[in-house]
Design a protein around this ligand. Structure first.
Ligand code: MN
Length: 260
């Protein structure tokens, strides 16, 4: 790539010829965190504690202490997050290749199905039908599952019932296939995890985590504004915080979209 192509990109962003879509929720104390069965450790909600605000604690400045779990809000999953990826090289957010933080995305719109069925599952035939319309998913692309789940209120967002969460996601076969047959760089969702709410009962349990991270690929969850992306052609910038040996992190996810 010639260096002036980069300047053309910057100019196109500045002029609006390339749209920048923010796929990120605001990180706030009331953002729902994943709830695991009670025998397991739990993620804490975000805490934002004011240090000073132009007052006696600091007359000219405002700042906060912030604490959060690695898997809170719109966040990134690194391979080390799952046992299948624990022995891979460069498997944490501080050691993963920086170039993996920029990649194109294929967006699969399943919002109609998810509106009908909170336990909707993405399958290989559904992705093949998408490919018949939009072309084969190229290697090293993100696959983003649009469900419009991000538009729900917080209670419906987690959709917890007596038997756990009921939220849409991928089935086991499609995750294995996307990783092995399509070579995706990662999989992203609007829900609280890359896996469906009931995926603990799947074989293997939590197949998105199992197959993605076992192959050194990544996850994104709690995304929003996927309805503003085209089926193909958007470029995703997703660079997690450089936490030492971190399994993931909240982050700002943006998409670059060419105006048509
Ligand atoms: Mn996560």
């Amino acid at each position: 790539m010639q260096s002036n192509n980069l300047l053309e990109l910057a100019g196109a962003v500045s002029s609006g010829a390339v749209r920048v879509v923010d796929l990120t929720f605001t990180l706030s104390p009331d953002f729902p965190v994943i709830v695991l069965p009670p025998e397991f450790g739990q993620a804490a909600p975000v805490r934002i504690q004011e240090i000073s605000r132009y007052d006696g604690r600091g007359p000219a400045w405002y700042w906060n202490n912030v604490t959060f779990g690695e898997h809170t809000g719109t966040h990134f999953d690194a391979p080390i997050h799952w046992f299948t990826g624990k022995n891979l090289p460069n498997n944490a957010v501080d050691t993963m290749p920086a170039k993996d933080m920029i990649a194109p995305a294929c967006v699969i719109d399943c919002s109609a199905q998810a509106a009908q069925d909170p336990d909707f599952l993405l399958t290989v035939p559904l992705v093949e039908a998408w490919e018949a319309k939009h072309g084969r998913i190229p290697e090293r692309n993100w696959v983003l599952l649009r469900t419009d789940w991000s538009k729900k209120g917080w209670r419906d967002y987690s959709n917890l019932r007596d038997d756990g969460a009921h939220t849409p996601g991928p089935n086991s076969a499609v995750m294995k296939w996307l990783v092995e047959e399509r070579g995706v760089i990662g999989f992203g969702t609007e829900t609280i995890g890359t896996d469906a709410g009931q995926a603990g009962h799947f074989e293997p349990p939590y197949p998105a985590h199992h197959f993605l991270h076992g192959a050194g690929r990544y996850g994104l969850q709690c995304l929003c504004n996927l309805d503003q992306l085209p089926p193909t052609g958007a470029v995703i910038v997703a660079s997690p915080l450089k936490i030492q040996n971190g399994s993931g992190s909240p982050l700002r996810v943006i998409a670059l979209v060419a105006s048509t």
